[in-house]
Design a protein around this ligand. Structure first.
Ligand code: OSB
Ligand code: MG
Length: 374
């Protein structure tokens, strides 16, 4: 396929509710989208970088810079691109900046699926047409508030509840939730808020029958997590620590975790997500799809990758209406009363973009390069 043009946009979209983690509160999203035009088709990508470099060193602004001045021009200059799997080679001189890379790579896979007339899920090697869904619940003002939110999400059908936690919002919260909802599938995510000196404290969480404890310690660590994992019955799930297949292999080999959260942006796009998935599958380590408060574009990519065989645990992939007053795709993502998303069966992402709404929400727009003069 010939790349005819690449457009970058930043959209401002308020979240319906603030989302609080151990590193702070997000109220408004700055959503960075890439639109790639090729031979009459348009592929879309979404950058999952946050507004601040807290989850990762990347942010909306670093990604914008790298996309506009490095990755965009090198993709536009590529003579011929046939397959999403070729993109990492085109970007290999740029070190890191995986969320920025994923923005363009994922848009190319989207284009490829459209060109082939197949769903993005089947292009990626997906094997299921229904995926199980969980929700990630931010830190709330009070425990009664949290219990009310859980009640609502369970009523909506979600199959797994993940609680954001941090020192001071952990044991008493888990206790209250377990007392109220003894049988539910429950996990927690500390986003690196603890240290090895907290190991005795974290070990007491075994009493709450958690499905997993996500990223309890340093964002870049395997070694200390392997020490902590030995002291826990509960599986550790790594999120921030896993940037690629090699990291997944190191974490599995060192027994730093027993479950891996794969985020498309964090690992640099679909190619590396498939590589991490396959490495985990071969070693019997289940994976699931993480979320980054994506708009419908990123969400549709998360849905497609979740159809792969070893995405066997419910992901943080939930309905558009949990995040947005109106989503930028049509139809919006909805979840069945059984807590599942039914994959679309139309070519590409399977959700139309609401172009007018995207235009209205755009606060900056830049054309990387157009190889076609019209
Ligand atoms: O660690 O999974 C995380 C959101 C922002 C940054 C990090 C994380 C999250 C979530 C939200 O947990 C998942 C979602 O999109 O619902
Ligand atoms: Mg996480």
């Amino acid at each position: 396929m010939k790349i005819d043009g690449i457009v970058l946009r930043e959209l401002h979209i308020p979240l319906l509710r603030p989302f609080e983690t151990s590193f702070g509160v997000t109220r408004d999203r700055r959503v960075l989208l890439a639109e790639i035009r090729s031979e009459g088709l348009t592929g879309w990508g979404e950058c999952t970088a946050g507004e601040h470099p807290h989850f990762s060193y990347e942010s909306t602004d670093t990604a914008w810079h790298i996309l506009l001045h490095e990755l965009g021009p090198s993709l536009a200059a590529a003579e011929q691109v046939e397959h999403g799997g070729e993109i990492p080679t085109i970007f290999k001189l740029v070190r890191g900046h995986r969320m920025a890379k994923a923005t363009l790579e994922n848009a190319i896979w989207d284009l490829e699926a459209q060109r082939e007339g197949i769903t993005l899920a089947s292009l990626l090697g997906g094997v299921r047409d229904i995926i199980p869904c969980g929700v990630s619940l931010g830190i709330q003002k009070s425990i009664p508030d949290l219990l009310a939110v859980i009640e609502k999400e369970l009523a909506a059908g979600y199959q797994r509840i993940k609680l954001k936690c941090k020192p001071g919002w952990d044991v008493k919260v888990f206790e209250a939730v377990r007392n109220r909802f003894p049988g539910i599938t429950l996990s927690c995510d500390a986003n690196s808020a603890y240290r090895l000196r907290d190991a005795d404290h974290v070990a007491t969480w075994d009493a709450f029958d958690l499905l997993m404890i996500e990223q309890p310690m340093w964002h870049d660590d395997f070694f200390y997590h392997s020490i902590l994992q030995k002291r826990l019955n509960t599986p550790i799930c790594l999120d921030e620590s896993i940037n690629n297949r090699r990291d997944a292999l190191a974490a599995i080999e060192n027994e730093s975790c027993r479950i891996i959260n794969i985020k498309l942006g964090r690992v640099g796009g679909f190619s590396e997500a498939i590589a991490v998935h396959n490495a985990c599958l071969e070693r019997g380590v289940p994976v699931w799809c993480g979320g980054m408060l994506e708009s419908g574009i990123g969400r549709s990519h998360n849905i497609a990758i979740s159809s792969l065989e070893n995405y066997s645990l419910p992901g943080d992939v939930s309905a558009s209406a949990r995040y947005w007053k109106e989503d930028i795709i049509e139809p919006e993502v909805t979840v069945t009363p059984q807590g599942e998303i039914i994959l679309p069966d139309t070519p590409g992402r399977g959700y139309e973009v609401r172009y007018d709404l995207i235009e209205r929400l755009t606060v900056r727009k830049e054309i990387v390069r157009s190889l076609v003069t019209v």
